[in-house]
Design a protein. Structure first.
Length: 299
């Protein structure tokens, strides 16, 4: 009886050829920034998963400790042939194939428009590294993101060479908040603050009276789902802040500690917001002569 033929040897596997579930875990460990910056080009299987698996890009996290545009540009060149952090962000959005539900990272008008046009299911938007955006652009693009539940904008400082010069302001904090509430009825968390903010009295006077006033009457719909609000800038008046209390009945956390010009109404605001568990108001420190920031005024 003839001996049974031995099975053929297994096909040779490349050093980086891993099962898809293992490779998925590798990518999650590396992070999406590293995948875009070169890890996704290790071999054909890595490239295919990085390029053709939208679920990998459903929640895009491109946050970094600091804005290093030059470094991102050099490392992103091999992916996009056009160096820059913008191309990295747009490449991640493209790979999500319309399934993106969260975007965290650097952005400006151009990137946010790109995201709004290609991520209709977005629920979380956190621009956490000096967002360079105009109120006009934001008002239009936010209408395309009606499912948004979390919105965080850290706005880029307005730079000018001489204090005597009249700067051109790109945004109005009150207008940003008003636009978000009008377009995103599912909003639960809203944060808008200024990068490199000064909290001293002198810094407050210099920083917060340099922003554009709201160009239209302030009004927001009843926001039953809004639980957390962090506001900044000098475009919010006392009446605007009080109206937020009336129109956000479920508010649990409110932070306006950076708005030093409102401290003269602290007692009135405390009474109005007494139901809020986590309330942070401007607080003047008579010993240091600076604006203190209390952690909690109410338990």
């Amino acid at each position: 009886m003839a001996a049974a033929a031995s099975p053929p040897p297994p096909a040779a596997r490349g050093w980086a050829s891993l099962q898809s579930d293992v490779l998925w875990s590798v990518f999650l460990s590396l992070g999406q920034r590293e995948v875009l910056r070169g890890a996704g080009l290790a071999c054909a299987p890595w490239w295919r998963l990085a390029r053709d698996e939208p679920a990998l890009w459903r929640r895009i996290d491109l946050t970094a400790p600091a804005d290093d545009e030059e470094e991102d540009g050099i490392l992103c060149y091999i992916i996009t042939d056009k160096p820059g952090w913008k191309e990295m962000a747009c490449a991640a959005v493209d790979r999500s194939a319309g399934q993106c539900e969260a975007f965290w990272g650097r952005a400006d008008d151009e990137v946010l428009r790109y995201l709004a046009d290609r991520a209709p299911s977005l629920k979380s938007l956190r621009v956490t590294s000096r967002c360079d955006i105009t109120s006009k652009a934001f008002t239009e693009l936010i209408k395309k993101l009606p499912l948004l539940e979390e919105l965080e904008l850290v706005l880029k400082p307005d730079a000018y060479n001489d204090r005597r010069e009249r700067p051109t302001w790109k945004y109005c904090w009150a207008e940003l908040f008003q636009s978000a509430c009008g377009a995103c009825r599912h909003l639960q968390c809203f944060t808008v603050c200024h990068a490199d903010i000064d909290v001293g009295m002198e810094g407050c006077a210099h920083r917060f009276y340099r922003t554009r006033r709201c160009p239209k009457p302030f009004s927001i719909p009843i926001m039953h789902g809004l639980r957390s609000v962090h506001l900044c800038g000098d475009s919010f008046t006392r009446d605007m802040v009080l109206s937020i209390a009336d129109n956000c009945p479920g508010l649990e956390s409110l932070n306006i500690s950076d708005m030093g010009y409102l401290r003269r109404w602290n007692e009135e605001l405390q009474n109005k917001f007494s139901r809020i568990k986590d309330l942070r108001l401007p607080c003047y420190d008579s010993d240091s002569g600076e604006m203190g920031i209390p952690t909690h005024l109410f338990d």
